[in-house]
Design a protein around this ligand. Structure first.
Ligand code: URA
Length: 230
């Protein structure tokens, strides 16, 4: 697909279209299949035991209000790992990350660059439990929970990270700069001997409120694709 045509399909997918329809002989966008209820496919033993540890975690008060922990979805060892903020009310009910409206937008964004949970991405959050009322994560909660994320990243060893929203960025890049200042360049996440390229972008929940920012996300997705994940 040409760049302009791919951009059109992204805009359609993100609700800014239709720009144009694919012709019969053109390759269609990757169809994102229904998310399997069990979560991650091809589970590795170390991730499985980490998931069990997380399921029993009582390190902060979110354990008192969660319905269940939300560990990850997608493919273990995928070349791309997406890191979000925290489970919302839908994720708390289902037990998988990014299944609500923001998650559906994330799936469409990823599909536009031929990425899907069934094939080539692993998705997790900074917090594994839903903060009641959808409030922002507190710094003490992030401090307790982020070691689980670090272990997930180390076990997956992705080629590249996509950090969506300020809490993922603050946690892994240790920067309080706004997303708008950090996007447009490839950062490095350095963890215990790992040195992983990281692209940052706006959180899909923010995009639902500010659809005029979606075209910037296209540039971020192109930058991500240039990291050779597909
Ligand atoms: N927002 C996130 O950051 N993560 C989710 O899993 C859902 C919404």
């Amino acid at each position: 697909m040409t760049n302009a045509r791919t951009k059109a399909s992204l805009f359609n997918a993100m609700g800014l279209g239709p720009v144009w329809e694919l012709k019969a002989n053109e390759t269609p966008q990757v169809q994102v299949p229904a998310i399997p209820a069990q979560g991650v496919h091809q589970e590795l033993p170390s991730l499985k035991s980490l998931q069990n540890t997380v399921a029993n975690c009582k390190k902060c008060s979110l354990c008192e209000t969660r319905k269940q922990t939300v560990f990850a979805d997608g493919i273990a060892h995928a070349p791309l790992m997406v890191v979000g903020e925290a489970p919302g009310i839908d994720e708390d009910a289902v037990g998988l990350p990014f299944v609500g409206r923001a998650g559906q937008l994330l799936d469409r964004m990823l599909a536009a660059i031929s990425v899907s949970r069934a094939n080539n991405v692993y998705i997790a959050n900074v917090l594994k439990c839903h903060p009641p009322g959808n409030r922002n994560p507190e710094s003490a909660e992030i401090a307790e929970c982020s070691p689980y994320l670090v272990e997930q990243i180390k076990a997956n060893d992705p080629k590249v990270l996509l950090l969506v929203g300020r809490f993922a960025i603050q946690t892994l890049l240790n920067s309080k700069k706004p997303v708008g200042e950090l996007r447009g360049q490839v950062h490095r996440v350095t963890l215990d001997g790992l040195d992983i390229p990281a692209v940052v972008t706006y959180h899909p929940a923010y995009l639902l409120r500010r659809p005029e920012e979606k075209s910037k996300v296209w540039d971020d997705l192109l930058l991500l694709k240039q990291q050779g994940i597909i």
